[in-house]
Write a protein that binds this ligand. Structure first.
Ligand SMILES: Cc1cc2nc3c(=O)[nH]c(=O)nc-3n(C[C@H](O)[C@H](O)[C@H](O)COP(=O)(O)O)c2cc1C
Length: 368
């Protein structure tokens, strides 16, 4: 069978005009752009009632990173606490068979709420609790001084930027601030910022990616969460929008056919190696224990790190392939010298222009 390269695919689309007819920017509709502006905004605390403030804190929670943008959460709001509950109907068993990423995502949301609460004159303290036979994150709310921190200011500017970075090194001050941001009692962050270890991590990413591209269940699940057009992304308001990943936007029926031709081992390997090697640093988060409570802590550590990186004008993206394939994960742990500990997340950091943004479901869909 003839192979179509990503470049040929892009050129082919441009030639047919499919990617651009009636659209603006990188094949992204004006309506999509307007929806992202509405999503990624700040709210002034002003005259909001306590109930409105709690709702806003949840909204900031939903702006957190989350695996495949499944938004695997619901929020139960009470007067003095907000419970973040796992939504297992949005689990991704192929890439995340033990729900590790799902609980990390809950931690990401919790940390955004911690950063947002002081802007509304509140203090938020998350705690992982078993309740009704389920692990949940209870975020206790108390009153506190009103303050807008740099992390809070960064929430609507954070994004996962899945593009090539400019390769310039981090300054000593940036490194120090990133290390401090990632420090959490139950979680270590290993920052690799020399060319040699970065290129070694790139090889692990490529090896993990090879295994994933060969796994039909992984591919089918990924495809299910890709939103190929602005209209599809706007309708679902979740998932991975092609436009955010620098890919053309096309009718979903066509996207699902073409995907199989362009999502190949070689194309993914080439892209991942280029992306990782263009980064200023790679950060591996590893928790001291391998359980749900610690996975939530990993999410909190990542989210705080990401907000500080954003505040510093840096971009970042996940390259989790080495921790998602069990055999590669074992080899990666041994490469890192972390013994029996699980490497939880792999993040690359660097400098690059902003990419198109993702969407979130409405608050009415996630508040129970
Ligand atoms: C636990 C976890 C795992 C993730 N793994 C990956 C990954 O391997 N590759 C990737 O490109 N993005 C990954 N992401 C990023 C999400 O896809 C991203 O947060 C989501 O699409 C929303 O986009 P945004 O963060 O730019 O708002 C991961 C996020 C989380 C929280």
């Amino acid at each position: 069978m003839a192979r179509i390269s990503r470049r040929q695919f892009n050129l082919g689309l441009a030639a047919t005009g499919i990617a651009t007819v009636g659209l603006t920017g990188c094949g992204i509709s004006d309506a999509y752009g307007a929806a992202t502006q509405q999503t990624w905004r700040h709210t002034e605390a002003g005259d909001l009632s306590p109930a409105q403030k709690r709702r806003e804190i949840v909204r900031y929670g939903t702006l957190a990173a989350n695996s495949h943008n499944t938004q695997p959460w619901t929020f139960a709001i009470e007067e003095d606490r907000i419970e973040i509950r796992p939504d297992f109907t949005r689990a991704t068993p192929a890439v995340d068979p033990d729900d590790h990423h799902l609980f990390v995502s809950l931690g990401c949301a919790a940390e955004n709420m911690v950063a947002a609460a002081p802007a509304f004159g509140m203090e938020a303290v998350p705690e992982v609790t078993p309740r009704d036979g389920e692990t949940r994150v209870a975020v206790a709310l108390g009153s506190g001084p009103t303050r807008r921190s740099p992390e809070f200011e960064a929430i609507p500017r954070r994004q996962c930027t899945r593009s090539e970075y400019d390769g310039t090194p981090l300054t000593a001050s940036e490194l120090r601030q990133l290390q401090a941001a990632a420090e959490t009692p139950g979680v270590d962050a290993i920052i690799l910022n020399a060319a040699q270890p970065i290129s070694e991590v790139a090889e692990f990413v490529a090896t993990g990616s090879d295994a994933q591209v060969r796994d039909p269940e992984f591919v089918a699940e990924l495809k299910e969460w890709i939103r190929f057009s602005s209209a599809e992304a706007l309708e679902k308001r979740d998932g991975l929008f092609s436009g955010c990943m620098g890919n053309p936007t096309i009718p979903p029926w066509l996207g699902r056919i073409v995907f199989d031709f362009v999502f190949t081992e070689n194309a993914e390997r080439e892209k991942n190696i280029k992306h990782v090697n263009s980064s200023s640093a790679v950060v591996v988060f590893t928790a001291k224990q391998n359980d749900r409570a610690h996975w939530v802590e990993v999410g909190r550590a990542y989210q705080r790190f990401a907000l500080v990186a954003t505040h510093l004008g840096l971009k970042h993206a996940f390259v989790n392939q080495p921790v998602e394939v069990p055999e590669v994960r074992e080899q990666f742990a041994s490469y890192l010298g972390i013994g029996d500990r699980r490497p939880d997340l792999v993040i690359r950091v660097g400098r690059a222009p902003e990419m198109p943004r993702s969407l979130r479901r409405s608050l009415d869909d996630v508040i129970v």
